[in-house]
Structure formats: structure tokens, C-alpha cells
Design a protein around this ligand. Structure first.
Ligand code: ADP
Ligand code: MG
Length: 691
């Protein structure tokens, strides 16, 4: 491998390249735009574009694309070459400021949830100068936001940027009350990415994996994850080679791939990057998922990012580590060493506690997908109930504030927020409660509900905006107070008392927790169709409108898109199941019972006892008949899926999924009865325990 510092960021038009290649004033103007979000002068944009193109061409690029994140959840790109004819059959390589800052992809084939009438199919992409341009596959990729011509957002990046502005604005107001002159506050995210690697040849023989990303059939392998021998285990040489190659590709793109290890399930792994600014972290995570798939292919693997590729072993998630920092380098979720910094920390902590309690529904919705429904509450991931774990040290502080009684030393007086000393909080806090969906881990929160394939923009839009709203309320109250210290003390005690129900330090996987949560009045939105309608609850419409993140029509359109996505996903799974049953599984079972019956006839003809063959052929035949009935039933259920997304989503959950599961039970039982060589696809042992 090449020298890592040399390799790192070599395909990124980053700050140091900008400094080298741009005239001083242009560099300064661009830096200002990157910091403050102010629009760039068109003349400056022309100079930047030309420098970007020269740099890209020097790296072998021939094309450019605006790289964006439509509501499909994946990234989209439309490549244009730099070529510009200049007469006499010759060409120049050109790229203007206008081409850099604005693109016009045809938006009509992206989901818009009714926002964009089909006759008005144009959308436009606008450059996000805070996320660096990069070269991928000889193409200069320019991270952009995607809107309709009437200004409505059609992507996941625009609202994320808006939510970051909202939290920055309100956090700066709060910090001013603590005497701090801070211009910009940013949220930071480090997303840990879980994934599976399986053999390409096996994948190619599984239509379910190809079409739905998960196995719809498959009897459990004799061994699963019960020996706990995979987690952090020695990494197989083939996988190690994949990881080394992945690191190199990610490093070239300036992605700080840091930690790699085996996960709990066989052939499951994880990659964690060093955290970064939220919009950049979201871009990088989208890129990471794409590069993982590409690099896997080179190593004869397929990378599965589905939340639940296999029954009976853990699925994959994506822990969203989240914090808030100032442009002066202060982490606002770090308790600090002095009572004064502790007081500021307590106010921000209170804002997060209040936000998570009041907007539990939004956090739940942000991770609600058909794939993730298999994980949440399945004893491998947090339950569908949102709660917070803050650790024993902070819990004691919070209890002291609420009860007014000192927590450690009964003889001393209870302290007010301004002078309360927070004990040192260990940074490995998280390991003490792995079952909590939202855990304080010393200087950040770790939200553990997101699924592995999720675009983290969604979760962070909710989180940023909800916390922004609480900070806004706090700033309003404290700005109006005569005695800041007293008002702060009153506010923190009042809000923590009001929202303490969201704090839960017990075992989130236990059977008692849902009952306890119900007593506390916490939401338990078990499935996606149950969670999604809360998106447009009045309080949520108000929240996003107030902070300029989404308008009501944008939210209604988003709801329609995600409901539709859910129903379509289940429909495709149902159709794939039926297809595999008719074309692969049923024929294999019939052929096998016939073969056994033929054997029985031959044996009988020779006067040899054929009872075993007859029993097996009869059992397989009986089970095949049952499976045939369930296949018919599944197909009828699929034919009955209602037109509208609002009706289709719960229908799919209540009818299609059970019909698929019923058929699978018979198919998996047959798989156990039938000769391995007669089974028409690789089984769980092949898939999970390759060498
Ligand atoms: P664990 O597996 O114990 O959860 P990891 O080390 O795998 O821990 O992941 C921790 C993640 O948290 C890393 O991606 C790290 O960069 C990120 N992180 C650390 N500090 C912050 C912060 N201030 N803001 C956001 N993310 C952070
Ligand atoms: Mg983690």
C-alpha cells in the first residue's frame, strides 16, 4: 500500500487543494461561504469551477456530476463530460461556475410524493460547498441539494442543512447567555456501519437476495451465533484483504475509516469512521455504503446492507453517534471540569432529554422501514420504544436536581445548577448499557435504532430540529430573566422533572420494559405503518415549519413517499416469495418426492422393503401440498393489495407478511427433509459459513 498520509484525500478537492490552486481572494471568499453558508459571487464560482476542473483532469477525470440524495435513500448522479467543441473537430475541457453551482436533472422519475406535478418535471441541484467535491470513477462528483423549481425539497440533504442551521442559531443564542461569542455551532456524527459479506456465487443463485436484499427462505444452519466466536474474532484473510482495500478506497475519498472488526453474526462486520460535521458525515456514509459494495465485488463477495438478511442471527444496524460542537472547538455535550461548564452542559443535556421525550415519535419514524421492523424489539437491537440512558453518574445528578436532595453525601446541602459539580464520567459509559436506544457515552449520544441501510440524514434532521426547538424555548425564557443563575436553576429542575420518564437505565430487551414504558406513557410504535402517520401530527408540523426545515406540504409528501416505499418493499418481497415457490421450491420438492417414490417402486419390484422411501415420499408430498396451498393464499393476498399507500402499508403488514411467513415455515421444513443436492439454492450453511 502507498503511504497513507499521501493517499488520504488524494481524490478530494479539499481545503489544502483549494489553497494551492485558487487565487488568495477567491480562496478566502470560498472559505467564507463554507463557514457561513452565504451565497458565492458568480465570478468567484467561475474561478473555483475552472480550478476544480483542472485539478480533476489532472487526476484523469473526464466527466462531472452533481451528486445528490433523492428520496429513494440512495445517491443519484447524471454524468456530463467536460468536453466542449471548439471547431475544426477539436474539443476543449470546460467547466463553468454555473455548471458547478446549479444542475438540472429531470426530476420526474424520482419519488416526490405528489409535490411535483408530472407536467412540471424539472428539478434542480444546488452545490453544497461545505461538503468537498471528489473524484469517483473518473468523474468529478459535486455534492448537491435537490429541489423542485417551485423550491420544495426533493432530497434528504436540503432539510439536513436547514436543521443544522436551526440548531446552530438557537445554540448560539443559549451560548451568548453564558457569555460566549460563538458564530456557528455544528452537530457532529460518527456512524458505525454494520454489514454482511457473502460469496458472490451464492448470491447469484438466490433471487431473494438479488431482488430484496434478504433471504426470504432458509432453514437455520445447525450453528448460528450461539458460540459467540465471531464477535471481534480473528478476521479471515479474504475479509482482511477486502477491509484493507476498502480502507484505501475510503481514505482516497477523505473518509476517515478507523475501526474494523467482526460483528456478532457469522460473516457480519463493522466499520466505524472518525466523526465529522453531520452533512459531511451523511455524504461520507452514503459513499461508504456504495464503495463497500464495489470493493466487495472485486473480492468475490457481495456486501449486504439489509437490516435482516438472515433469520436466526443478528441483523445490521448503524449507530448514530451525535454531539454538538462550537466553531471554537468546544464539545457542548462534554460536562467539562468546572461547575460553570457543568451548568452549561446540564442545560444542553436537559434540551436533549426534553427533545427525545417530546419527539420520541419522530426519532422512531426516522428509523422506520420494512427492513428495520425485523430488528427493533427482536432482542438484538433496541426495542421500538424510544428511551434514554445517561449512566449512573448523571442519573444521580439528575435525581438530585429533581428531589432537591444531595446524592452522595447526606450532610452537605443540595446544590443549585450553577454550582453543582458533576463527577467524572467515564468515556466507556456506553458499554454499561448496550440495550438502550439512546445512550449518553461520556461526551456524545449514541442513537442505536437506525438500520444499516438507512441514510442518516433522516435521523439527524429529527434530532437537530427537536433539540433546536428546546434550545429556542430555553433561550426565550432565559433571555427574559433578570437573574440568569436562578432562572437557569428553575428551568433545568422543571424540565428534567417533566421529562424524566424518558430516562431508563434498565434492560431494554426485557419483557417487563414494554409494560413499564406503557405505565410511563411512552410510545411503543411497534411497526412502520403504526409509526409513520405520527409524522404529520400537528406538533411535528409546527416544529418543522417554525424552524424552516419542512413546510406542511413537504411533510405530507414525505409521508406518502415512505408509506409507499414500505408497501412496495413488502409487495416485492411477497412477489419474490411466490415466484421462488412456483419456479424453484415447489418443483424441487415434487421432483424429489417422485425420485424417492421411483426408488421405492424399483425396490418393491425387486422384493426389497421400501417402507422408508414410501414414508419419506409421502411426508414430502403432504408438506408440498400444504406449501402449494400457502402459495395460492400468498398470491391471493398479493392480488388484494389496496391502491392507496395509506391502506396498502397496514394491509401489507397484516396480510402479506403473515402469508409469506406461513409459506416460509413449510418451505423451510421441506428444506430439512430434502436431499441437499436436490435443493435449488445455497442454504444457510453455504451462505454463512464459507471459507
Ligand atoms: P462503540 O463500538 O463502543 O460504540 P466505536 O469506537 O466503534 O464505539 O464508535 C464510536 C463512534 O463515535 C466513532 O465513529 C467516533 O468517531 C464517534 N464519535 C466520537 N466522538 C464523537 C463526537 N463528539 N461526535 C460525534 N461522534 C463522535
Ligand atoms: Mg456503538
Amino acid at each position: 500500500m502507498k503511504c497513507v498520509p499521501e493517499l488520504f484525500g488524494s481524490m478530494v478537492f479539499n481545503e489544502s487543494v483549494m489553497r494551492d490552486r485558487l487565487p488568495k481572494e477567491v480562496f478566502r471568499a470560498l472559505q467564507k461561504t463554507r463557514r457561513t453558508g452565504e451565497a458565492l459571487d458568480p465570478a468567484v464560482a467561475d474561478v473555483v469551477a475552472s480550478a476544480m476542473k483542472d485539478w480533476a483532469v489532472s487526476k484523469g477525470a473526464t466527466h462531472y456530476t452533481h451528486w445528490f440524495q433523492p428520496m429513494t435513500g440512495i445517491t443519484a448522479e447524471k454524468h456530463d463530460s467536460f468536453l466542449s467543441p471548439c471547431g475544426e473537430g477539436k474539443v476543449l475541457m470546460e467547466f463553468s461556475g454555473k455548471e458547478l453551482t446549479k444542475g438540472e436533472p429531470d426530476a420526474s422519475s424520482f419519488p416526490s410524493g405528489g409535490l411535483r406535478a408530472t407536467f412540471e418535471a424539472r428539478g434542480y441541484t444546488a452545490w453544497d460547498p461545505t461538503s468537498d467535491a471528489f473524484i469517483k470513477d473518473d468523474t468529478l462528483c459535486i455534492p448537491t441539494a435537490f429541489c423542485s423549481y417551485t423550491g420544495e425539497v426533493l432530497d434528504k440533504k436540503t432539510p439536513l442543512l436547514r436543521s443544522m442551521d436551526a440548531i446552530s442559531r438557537e445554540a448560539c443564542r443559549v451560548l451568548r447567555l453564558f457569555g460566549k461569542d460563538v458564530q456557528r455551532v455544528t452537530t457532529t456524527v460518527g456512524p458505525e456501519q454494520e454489514y454482511f459479506l457473502i460469496n458472490k456465487e451464492d448470491y447469484a443463485r438466490r433471487p431473494d437476495l438479488i431482488l430484496t436484499g434478504r433471504t426470504l427462505f432458509g432453514a437455520r444452519a445447525p450453528k448460528g451465533q450461539e458460540m459467540e466466536d465471531h464477535y471481534f474474532g480473528a478476521i479471515r484473510p479474504r475479509v482482511k484483504a477486502f477491509m484493507a482495500d476498502l480502507d484505501e478506497e475510503l481514505w482516497k475519498l477523505g473518509i476517515y475509516a478507523k475501526t474494523e472488526h467482526n460483528e456478532v453474526a457469522p460473516c457480519q462486520h463493522e466499520m466505524a469512521p472518525v466523526f465529522g460535521t453531520t452533512n459531511v458525515a451523511a455524504d461520507h456514509n452514503q459513499l461508504t455504503m456504495e464503495i463497500m459494495k464495489k470493493v466487495a465485488d472485486r473480492h468475490g463477495f457481495v456486501c449486504l446492507l439489509h437490516e435482516k438478511p438472515f433469520e436466526g442471527v443478528n441483523g445490521s444496524g448503524k449507530h448514530n453517534n451525535w454531539s454538538i460542537s462550537t466553531d471554537t472547538g468546544e464539545n457542548l455535550l462534554d460536562p467539562g471540569r468546572t461547575p460553570a461548564s457543568n451548568a452549561q452542559f446540564l442545560l444542553f443535556l436537559t434540551a436533549v432529554i426534553k427533545a427525545v421525550d417530546e419527539y420520541q415519535d419522530l426519532l422512531r419514524i426516522s428509523v422506520a422501514t420494512a427492513g428495520n421492523d425485523h430488528r427493533l424489539g427482536a432482542n438484538e437491537a433496541p426495542p421500538a420504544i424510544v428511551s434514554m440512558y445517561i449512566g449512573d453518574e448523571l442519573q444521580a445528578v439528575v435525581d438530585e436536581l429533581v428531589t432537591g436532595k444531595p446524592h452522595e453525601n447526606a450532610s452537605r446541602e443540595a446544590m443549585s445548577v450553577g454550582v453543582l459539580a458533576i463527577p467524572r464520567i467515564p468515556l466507556d459509559n456506553s458499554d454499561r448499557n448496550r440495550t438502550s436506544p439512546f445512550a449518553f457515552t461520556g461526551n456524545k449520544f449514541e442513537f442505536r435504532m437506525p438500520g444499516s441501510s438507512l441514510n442518516i440524514a433522516c435521523t439527524n434532521i429529527m434530532l437537530n430540529t427537536a433539540v433546536a426547538e428546546e434550545l429556542r424555548q430555553f433561550a426565550d425564557e432565559l433571555e427574559a430573566a433578570d437573574d440568569f443563575a436562578a432562572a437557569l436553576d428553575t428551568l433545568v429542575r422543571r424540565e428534567i422533572s417533566a421529562h424524566r420518564r424518558i430516562l431508563f437505565n434498565g434492560n431494554g430487551y426485557s419483557a417487563e420494559w414494554p409494560q413499564e414504558a406503557a405505565r410511563r406513557g411512552l410510545l411503543n410504535l411497534a411497526s412502520t405503518p403504526e409509526a409513520l402517520p405520527h409524522y404529520v401530527d400537528q406538533k411535528n408540523l409546527d416544529l418543522f415549519a417554525r424552524h424552516g426545515v419542512y413546510s406542511e406540504s413537504e411533510m405530507r409528501s414525505r409521508l406518502e413517499i415512505v408509506l409507499e416505499e414500505y408497501a412496495k418493499t413488502i409487495r416485492i418481497e411477497g412477489c419474490t416469495s411466490a415466484d421462488m415457490l412456483r419456479k424453484m421450491i415447489l418443483p424441487a420438492c415434487m421432483a424429489y418426492s417422485k425420485k424417492v417414490a421411483d426408488g421405492a417402486a424399483v425396490k418393491k419390484g425387486l422384493g426389497i422393503c421400501a417402507d422408508t422411501e414410501i414414508k419419506l415420499a409421502s411426508d414430502v408430498t403432504a408438506r408440498t401440498a400444504a406449501l402449494m396451498e400457502k402459495t395460492d393464499a400468498l398470491e391471493q393476498t398479493l392480488a388484494g393489495i389496496p391502491e392507496s399507500a395509506e391502506e396498502a402499508a397496514p394491509y401489507c403488514r397484516d396480510h402479506v407478511i403473515p402469508a409469506m411467513e406461513a409459506a416460509r415455515a413449510d418451505a423451510d421444513a421441506l428444506e430439512r427433509m430434502v436431499d441437499r443436492s436436490a435443493w435449488p439454492m445455497p442454504d444457510y450453511t453455504d451462505l454463512l459459513f464459507y471459507v
